[in-house]
Design a protein around this ligand. Structure first.
Ligand code: PMP
Length: 271
């Protein structure tokens, strides 16, 4: 249906309590990328918050959303949100309520990232300790990202206990002496699908990847930084600010980032 004809109850637990999870899957000129990986992560999020739904059963609706939105040959993405459902407000969730499902397709800018660079802000990671669940409760991400937006910056790099975790909506990669560092999977980060593809690309290009948390204190030794995400793609970082000081500056996109970007374009444009 048209979005302005869709409605949900004010007692939907997604609306009232942020009791829900989501997923975003990219379509390059109508061809889906990483479908099984996205469905697997969606299933993981559903299972972790105990919503009984088979993520795989949503597959046909994803393609239908793309086609109904007239995006079958365009760059686009499908947003899926599953909330617990409608029930009187309680902190525990009642059993046997029907989950609320929202699926829509939207045009996405997936081209041209290799010609852009982002300016970023260091922020304290204020989020909870289950960032591996792709929860719709995003208040901490919103608070941080709004700070950087107000300063005219593009993204926040979140720091917890002196170590970078991830961006407010992206994964961080650091390059130092041709070695690539990114935070290990676990409850402190979302298991990024683009992260997985980029780690595989690094192996193909014979770059060593260390899945280790990178300390803020080692930033002065970093050669290049890039961010990854389904809509962010592989985005070079130009400069980083913290408390009004510029603490990282890389005016040109570095050679390692460029190689990874080219390999990523190859992979996503030859579907
Ligand atoms: N971390 C966070 C907090 C995110 O919101 C995103 C974007 N979904 C990512 C990482 C990147 O994940 P993916 O590559 O699966 O889009």
């Amino acid at each position: 249906m048209k979005h302005d004809q869709a409605s949900i109850s004010v007692f939907d637990r997604g609306f009232m309590l942020g009791d829900g999870i989501y997923e975003v899957t990219p379509f390059y000129e109508g061809k889906v990328f990483g479908l099984e990986e996205h469905l697997k992560r969606l299933q993981y999020s559903l299972d972790e918050i105990m919503i009984d739904l088979d993520a795989g059963s949503l597959k046909p609706m994803m393609f239908e959303a793309i086609s109904k939105a007239g995006l079958s040959d365009k760059d686009a993405a499908v947003y899926i949100q599953v909330s617990r459902g409608v029930a009187p407000r309680t902190h525990y969730f009642p059993e046997n309520i029907e989950p609320t499902l929202l699926i829509y397709a939207f045009p996405a800018s997936l081209k041209g990232f290799e010609n852009k660079q982002w300016s970023v802000l260091v922020s304290e990671d204020l989020r909870w300790h289950r960032c591996d669940i792709k929860s719709t409760s995003l208040l901490a991400n919103i608070k941080s990202n709004s700070e950087s937006h107000r300063l005219g910056l593009d993204e926040n790099l979140l720091v917890r206990d002196g170590f970078f975790t991830e961006g407010s909506h992206s994964t961080i990669f650091f390059i130092k002496d041709n070695i690539i560092y990114t935070h290990p999977e676990g409850p402190q980060i979302l298991s990024g699908i683009t992260r997985k593809f980029v780690i595989a690309i690094c192996a193909e290009l014979n770059f060593e990847v260390r899945e280790e948390a990178f300390p803020l204190s080692a930033l002065d030794k970093v050669d290049e930084i890039f961010l990854t995400g389904t809509t962010t793609q592989v985005m070079a970082v130009k400069e980083m600010f913290s408390d009004g000081n510029k603490i990282f500056n890389e005016p040109e996109i570095g050679p390692v980032t460029q190689k990874i970007q080219q390999a990523f374009i190859q992979k996503t444009r030859s579907l």
